[in-house]
Design a protein. Sequence first.
Lengths: 969, 213, 449
Amino acid sequence: MSELRRTFEEMPQQAVPLERDAAGQPFIRVTRREFLKLSAAAAALATAGCRGPVEEIVPYVNPRLVAPGLPQFFASAMTLGGCATGVLVESNMGRPTKIEGNPSHPASLGSTSVFEQAAILELWDPDRASALAMRGQPQASDALQTALLGRMQRLEQRHGEGLRILMRYESSPTLAAQLQALAQRFPAMRVHSWEPLHRDHSLQGARLAFGRAVEPLYRFGDADVVVAFGADFVGEGPGHLRYAREFMDRRRYRENPPVNRLYAFEPTPTLTGAIADHRDARSPAEVAQALAQLAGALGGGKVDDPMVAAAARDLQAHRGRCVVVPGEALAPEAHALVHRMNAQLGAAGTVVQYIAPICGDVDCTRSLQELVADMAAGRVDTLLILGGNPVYDAPGDIAFRDALARVPFSVHHALRMDETSATTTWHVPLTHFLEHWSDARAFDGTASVVQPVVAPLHGGFSHHEMLAMLLAPVAGGPRDWVRAQWLGNAGDAQAGERWRALLRDGIVADSAAQPVQVAARNGDFTPPTAAQPWTLVFRPDQSMHDGEFANNAWLQEIPRTHSKLVWDNAAYVSPASAQKLGVKSGDRIEVASGDARVVAPVWILPGQADDTITLPLGYGRARVGRVGNGVGFDAYPLRPAPMAWAAPARSVRRIEGEHTFATTQNHAEMEERDPVRRINVPEARELHQKPIENAPEPETLYPGWTYPGYRWAMVVDLATCIGCNACTIACQAENNIPTVGKEEVRHGREMHWIRVDRYYEGSQERPRTHFQPVPCMQCENAPCELVCPVGATVHDSEGINVQVYNRCVGTRFCSNNCPYKVRRFNFLHYTKRDGEPPLDARNPQVTLRMRGIMEKCNYCLQRITRARLETEREGRRIRDGEVVTACQAVCPTAAITFGDLSDPESAVSKAKRSPLDYALLRELNTRPRTTYHAKVLNPNPDVPAPPAGEGKGEGHMVPPTTPGERGGG
Amino acid sequence: MAQVFSARAVLLLKLAALGAVVVMGTGLIATYKYFWGPDTVAEAPEQPIPFSHKHHVGDDGIDCRYCHDSVEKSSFAGIPSTHTCMSCHSQLFTDQKMLEPVRASMATGQPLHWTRVHTLPDFVYFDHSIHIAKGVGCIECHGQVDRMPLVRRVASLQMQWCLECHRDPEPHRRKSSLVFVMRPTSEIRAEGGLPDTKIQSTRRLTDCSTCHR
Amino acid sequence: MASTPLIRGRWGYASITDKIADIVLRRPTHWIWGVGLLVTLLMSVFFFGAMGYLFTRGVGIWGVNIPVAWGFAIGNFVWWIGIGHAGTFISAFLLLLRQKWRNSINRFAEAMTLFAAGIAGIWPILHVGRPWFAYWLVPYPNVMNYWPQWRSPLVWDFFAISTYLIVSLVFWYVGLVPDLATLRDRATSKTKAMVYGFFALGWRGEARHWARYEIAYLLLGGLAAPLVVSVHSIVSLDFAVGNTPGYHSTIFPPYFVAGALYSGFAMVLTLAIPMRHFFGLEDFITKRHLDNAAKIMLATGLIVAYGYCMEVFTAFYSNDEYEIGMTMNRFFGPYAFVYWGVITCNVVIPQLLWFRFARYNVWILFALSLVIQLGMWSERFMIVVTSLSRDFLPSSWGLFVPSIWDVTMLIGSIGFFFFLFLCFIRVLPAITIFEMRELKHEELEGRQP
């Protein structure tokens, strides 16, 4: 028991590192040493025994505004690829423990991607750089200033000749202002940008099409027909959360607006491809051909490709209510072509609008090439690298490392001592975004202020403070600079009020970018369509992004949506290509491109285009930390600067050796048990018009439950699930779920409380992919409750199967008896693993489970309890929507509905009444509380159905079910 | 052939067996009582300052909430900050030796370290605010604090003790406005201080999920 | 019936006593016994060493996982408890049925039962995630005001096994008393005399003693007999109550009991054949005894075979897709080799027992006994693991691969069992002396006209 979680009462309270001034703004107090001391104290307390241990209570010296034990939420923003997503950070006793999306932020609408969820673990990562270092040797904190001092004067005399700054995509106005000031002080200074997952192609395409760089903004809510060419707009890139919300909302069955239709042409399975009504796996060249053909068809030309032809007809039939979406990987010409098509289709200005690029009109590739040329030529003597890790992620044909080695004075300002820090003369620890002041813009230009929630755990400072060192001293600190950026230097009360509002809402009111009017030029935009024997497709790994999250155990252990692999990246090939290469999953191939050779393990992926090999970027890190070092292989060396997303392979051959993968799902067929029910729009319409008579519930000999109060229940809409895993990781963060590591996953011991099952239907070449999030079903006739000898899993008066950790002895009978296999067991002491967050990062409202204990989803009991306590104090019932589970909150497409069944008007009650509602494994008469809505598909009848068992069995019909309620209640 | 055991030996053996049974039995009961038995009377632990509730509450009549200020809104009742102590003791008893640690804490900014009197296991989620809101007097669990020179635990805080009340809360509840009155609930109720709040069904109150999660 | 006598050769009352008592008191240790003791002691050390590691690290050191949350531990448990059946069956059932031939084998068979059941009892404790709380399955007044969950077969199991253990122990001890007295009286040293004397409870062999003894023994026999059936029936409910295809089957109780006797008698032979050889007891444990045991194995084996057939039949007859899926998985799934192994060991090969020559050839019998025990262990594996590895949702199907610790502990437990048995042979009379005398007596009576 001593292993279990201290409640917050025992937490030493001066660990609260924030002290509020009158305005309630946090400013930093506790130093890192103190902080560590305190967390040590916390740990010591946490390991005290269970019967009458002597414990201490440590009160504040000065009272805080916050009552101990009550969580606080701070609005902030996290940037990825330069674009911000608004977040609300939950802080318990001053310790950030959970991140939620900011509902009022346009890029979030309350949800987040997996990366925002995992940011908490990133913050608490003990492997972060903790000290200023020169050539790897720790330095006194003021060593850098002294070193810079003389250098700056000399630079000033030369007007900054030889001073360079290399940064990532940055949308921070404050930073921009600082750079401007810097440019004034050092006119000859140059600023370069490098973002490994850059948007060069689309910007270049826009320049071709419009004569100026612009970024498209889509309004999928207004699109009835969407054609995507290698575009994963629901899965990645700026604004993907917003796009997913708007697009998937149109997948719900309604008469008006009708269910939209999506065609996808792509070389490798993406989330967008998986939800498409029609998807075809094609090599990049073939995708380009299809695009050209579509353009021809829209121009009245004749096409033989049936899918393209059908898409063309569909688009023309929906002028002004349709859009063609290009993937970043397409060649600039292709982007230009798409822009023109959208203009022809009347999409431009309506469904798609154009704004000036959020992170400025930069061409990363060229910018980096120029920098490297200058460094190699010795024209750079002072280089400031703000964030990023170019030594690791620069294209293979740009010799960045060697050039960098020739720079006499280089500074790397980053979270970690990584590959780049190893080459620069200085490394300066960067603060995490939860530790510093800054600002950033969202994909649509909306600005947010980034405010710190905790003192820097490992020291260090922000880019702003770094640049300030190069500038003439400015009054105040980062907070004042950011404030000045938005409010000028006005100190009056009204300004203070605006500042508070700005921090409270997390967005700067109406700061969104204005659409710019652009006209697509005419011109011959023919994308290169030459086929290659082997095409390498480079994609950011779904969980590692560009590699910066490689040390994050949560992300490492999130199963990749399609392959279900964890703790690895793999060279994905189609079944046919695997035969051609004579390999099976786990064999190793050597891929050569340019003069680089990389050895990678193969994974056979249904729905991958033939003759293409997908190489996920972001793995094979050498110096990231204990968790991520040496995991997977590094594909960047193979990546040529000009063809950053798809390049021909010089050679591909099988080599000796095997690789063992860890995957969380071994069987992909539905075995005609149809856990995922599919239904086409016409059938759905029929069902809604005259719902079939409800089949009666099977009989049971057990007496029914009665429910005096609430009856919690959940509905998961399979029509809108995009398989993004956000629910899984949000649940992990909320419920203190441990990671177990690759070996344990291989043994089948992953701990995720809500998993996303992936099923294939149809042929290996053209499978239809289905996703099904599976949390605990909270059965009414729960098989688990029946067999537990100690009554550790019981039905509570609100219908939840509660798992009482402190009563569990671990017979595991409940898991055997659970038909849904949603129960997870602590086979070993996972919470003590390396890479697990420290005690301080845990949710104090949820007990930590020791080894030998069974655990599972409990509908976020702690959140229900929080709401109950609040409402009971006020003497009222919990309102619908007052309890939001972690998975529900984070879901980008709002696929999860949760609430009280005893209130017939609650959203969940309404959802349960839908004719599309069905219970998983209903025939077992477990009467689940969690039910599903069938997946609605809207295929175009003109498109020939793919071969082999498409929609086999009764899978297509949805036998209507009633949510398994018993008794009155 | 000769008897292996003499008559006396046999008798002794029998007595020994009997004795063994008795000893084991009592031993078992003793151990049970010691480890799991109700231990309602607990010594008052040493504190850095011999703070007397008797003096502050009983004699001076300071309201509980003056020091335990989050008791109505948080799970944690709150332990007064040094600042709170000093709000009086910057004027009163400023030369008291006894109060040296408080002044030191104020001066150095180092917090006081009190010894915990009421401890619950980590997996029990007790919430003060809801008990206060539902008219459970402080005295119900903490006893007549206003008569304690040094605070000691008066209840076992064992699950069965919690359940006693959760199974039949009514006799333990009073008018919410009288929650902080340091007099037995029975008296208060007798004088018409009956509860004015509604609570959830006892079935709900005895759910595992009410306290464990 | 008495065609072949139960005691071969010309033995007198005294010589019988000498013969058996001397194994314990005088006969010099056979070197095989010494070697055996050392080897099994080593294995036992491994057993308890592994146990220590298990308690420090947790059950994760095994191959168990989700979906296969039960592995070797449960399989071994069922297997051992099964072996623990023959003893009580022989001494209780055959006693009530007046089967005289039981007399020469019941003593060591019961010892076997105790050891096997005892070892079986360890497995559930090793199996649970937090063994130090295993006592929560026991109903006792506690400050949590919380009782066990009575609907769970695991709770019933606790009672079934503890009852069986206690009754078997008492039954065995009572049966021992007269022989302990014999040993006391023939003891070679004072200490031995003291020890045996202490446990002989002052038995003097008076008529009164005998009369009471007979009644007590009969009553205990009557008490033990139903337990033989109940224990394994309840163990089978651990599975039958579950809803997993392959567990959820109504034929389990009889099928398990038969299986238990099957493996139990196999173990009796495994022990009897070497013992009669090395201690020259061929005259007491005659071929006829082996023959009878073999016949019982044949019978129970056929019941088990019937069980296998019915499982397959009901699966297809029910037309339940999950039952059918489970059966097909047994036939052709990743663990098919286990299933066909079970069929071969438990159904095909034992058909040899139809033939007299097989039943009278110790070598064949010994080999068969081992084959059957292997088969019965595999059957438990088939039920526990194969069923779990593929249940309802294809997405959560997964395999179980035993870890080195699974294997170590299984073999270790076997070693520990034989260790206990070897000690037993040297400390107590492996054959009931007075009952053999009784047999002799009746034989002589029988001769009188």
